[in-house]
Design a protein around this ligand. Structure first.
Ligand SMILES: C=C1C[C@]23C[C@@]1(O)CC[C@H]2[C@@]12CC[C@H](O)[C@@](C)(C(=O)O1)[C@H]2[C@@H]3C(=O)O
Ligand SMILES: O=C(O)CCC(=O)C(=O)O
Ligand SMILES: [Fe+2]
Length: 334
């Protein structure tokens, strides 16, 4: 990966980590379509992360979802716990997943299916239909944004079927999730702790936004962390493991984490676009050539998701799906 940046000293939870000072590519979705496609492809190859502006998600839709989220996290712990424990859906506090991962975070993890939203809203809000409609509107808008970005990626990669990627999350049976993370402030002693530990996202594409408090960092190389400047006017987009597999390793599902600052409270909202459980994940023919043979064996999303949930947050799961352990193939991933 090509990264030219300055190494700077910065407060950090782990000694000897290098912190780089650069910012992510900012892509204006209202610019010329073929240019936008090229910029997105380059960002996904180099960073696996980029920011978008002029994204078409109405400000009012974002503001309503944020307000509902603030209302929930302001409740007393006992009330929030009525929406838990996260199994995996519901309210969770400090425990992430089922394999002992922990962080300075409380969260709501929800399926994006409207029936599931209606059901869950009852334990989340005193006005379930208000929470449900805020969330349905938000999900509809960010799914549209995710589909538009996936179509631009397919065009930029010269994939013949421009909806090859987006049709997976348009499927009525899609298994997309929504997560609201709250990293509470606690005191004035200026400590920095890990809120959400190092990981890659298993799905196709993540559409993330946060309030104006920083904390998100990406790690394109082992032991190197790049802080992502917070920007509540933009969405941060990242490639998930499934998209890395569907681009035959051309796009990178980059590891990231969120730090939690004791003096400031951070809230982030992430939409994880995923296929239907029975959908078969494989690269389109245009992504596979004699110079670049198929890196991963085909798998279903159900199979991949089960593997993710059997492992810890920081474990590398995609390598378990490499076609053969041939050294030449492995080199393509580095
Ligand atoms: C420790 C875990 C939490 C997680 C499932 C897993 O076993 C490994 C992947 C984790 C992750 C990271 C991105 C998303 O926040 C998430 C919802 C997902 O799909 O994979 C979480 C899972 C979770 O918190 O349930
Ligand atoms: O809170 C953040 O900025 C990142 C959260 C995240 O990576 C996740 O929920 O998967
Ligand atoms: Fe993530």
């Amino acid at each position: 990966m090509q990264l030219i940046a300055m190494v700077v000293a910065s407060p950090n939870p782990v000694r000897n980590e290098k912190i780089l000072a650069i910012d992510l590519p900012m892509i204006d979705l209202s610019a010329d379509r073929s240019e936008v496609g090229k910029l997105i492809v380059r960002a996904c190859e180099e960073y696996g992360f980029f920011k978008v502006i002029n994204h078409g998600v109405p400000e009012g839709v974002i503001a309503e979802m944020e307000q509902e989220s603030v209302n929930f996290f302001e409740k007393p712990l006992a009330e929030k716990q009525r929406a838990g424990p996260a199994n995996p859906f519901g309210y969770g506090c400090k425990n992430i997943g089922f394999n002992g991962d922990m962080g300075e975070v409380e969260f709501l993890l929800l399926h994006t299916n409207p029936l599931s939203i209606a059901q869950r809203s009852k334990s989340i809000s005193n006005d379930p239909s208000k929470f449900g409609s805020a969330m349905n509107n938000y999900i509809r808008a960010v799914r549209e944004l995710a589909c538009e970005i996936l179509d631009l990626m397919a065009e930029g990669l010269w994939v013949r079927d421009p909806s090859y990627f987006s049709k997976m999350i348009r499927d009525v049976e899609n298994d997309s999730f929504f997560r609201i993370n709250h990293y509470p402030s606690c005191c004035n002693n200026n400590t920095t702790r890990v809120g959400f530990g190092e990981h890659s996202d298993p799905q196709i594409l993540t559409i993330l936004r946060s309030n104006d408090v920083g904390g998100l960092q990406i790690s394109p190389d082992h032991g190197v962390w790049i802080p992502v400047a917070p920007d509540s006017a933009a969405f941060c987009v990242n490639v998930g493991d499934v998209l890395q597999a569907m681009t035959n390793g051309r796009f990178v599902s980059v590891r990231h984490r969120a730090l939690s600052y004791s003096s400031q409270s951070r809230m982030s909202m992430a939409y994880f676009g995923a296929p239907a459980l029975q959908a078969r994940v494989s690269a389109p023919p245009e992504m596979v050539t004699t110079n670049r043979p198929s890196l991963y064996r085909p798998f279903t999303w159900a199979e991949y998701k089960a593997t993710a949930y059997s492992l810890s947050l920081g474990d590398n799961r995609l390598d378990l799906f490499i076609n053969c352990k041939d050294d030449d193939h492995k080199k393509l991933l580095d």
